[in-house]
Design a binder for this molecule. Sequence first.
Ligand SMILES: *Cc1c(COP(=O)(O)O)cnc(C)c1O
Length: 337
Amino acid sequence: MTSAQQPPVSLEDIKAARLRLQGVIRPTPTEASPTLSALSGVPVHLKLEHHQISGSFKFRGASNAVAQLTQAEREAGVVGVSTGNHGRGLARACANAGVRCVVVMSDLVPANKVAAIQREGATVHIRGKSQDDADRAARALVAEGLTLIPPFDDRAIIAGQGTLGLEMIDAVPDLHTVLVQLSGGGLASGIAAALKAHNPAIKVIGISMERGAAMHESLRNGQPVEVTELPTLADSLGGGIGLDNQLTFGMVQSLVDDVILLDEAEIAEGVRHCYWHEGQIVEGAGAVGVAALLARKVSPAGPTLALLTGANIDMDLHHRIVAGETPELLHTDAPCP
Ligand SMILES: *Cc1c(COP(=O)(O)O)cnc(C)c1O
């Protein structure tokens, strides 16, 4: 392989992150799903990453980034831009390390997520109507001396999320297909880099929602584009990829085999299935791999792993979804978006 073909985050970077995160993050279990295996005709495994500290995998990347700050950067503090889970993971990583943390987010973010970040001891600034607006506000804080820890387009973040790929291979050595959530692409880039370095034949399928799939639109256009953000049950998948995207657009373009989009009813079905058949409480974004299998939008040909990425859902909203409310009703008076 020539250096031009090496992804900007290598297997060595991801292995180094795994060592750095030992004793910091929680390695999460992988369990077989008898119902999804029967439905799909191949062994289907669920990786229960929604049980990660802070309720999502974002704690991995954030902890890896915070661990690599210089002493001067640690003393000045950090700023994050987040639809919720990155802010929460970053806040916890900073609290662990004794580093001051400011989180900037748009007003699309559910109130429960804002409260959770404040409980971790971070300061929250609400700025603008989109992730990109919030992004601009964060850059002003950087001018004041804080270090920006981005949610996805960053080597340390991608390597941290990539540690999930190493755990997947350990848990399912004959892995054929992996179903990974796709928003900004830090998660998919890291996992795909780890998996493809291990075995280039492993298929990595990215899954987004129909309502505002920025990476999907960008891939179709051959360059990063902005999309209109819309309320979705998969709120953690909202937000742009950044018009000046440096790493994840290219990594997703070269490493992710296919992208699938789901409608709101399909996402709700995924949340319901996780609850009634798997005994798992997951947020909308966390359930999209399961939802893609249920909707038969993927037909894997070998051992398959669906990642459950997050548990941070308003419990009243979750209750209404699993009780069978339709997405139309959920969107008219859902607690936040
Ligand atoms: C952030 C997030 C994603 C998407 O990760 P990206 O790196 O932005 O693609 C998926 N699920 C949950 C629960 C998240 O918090």
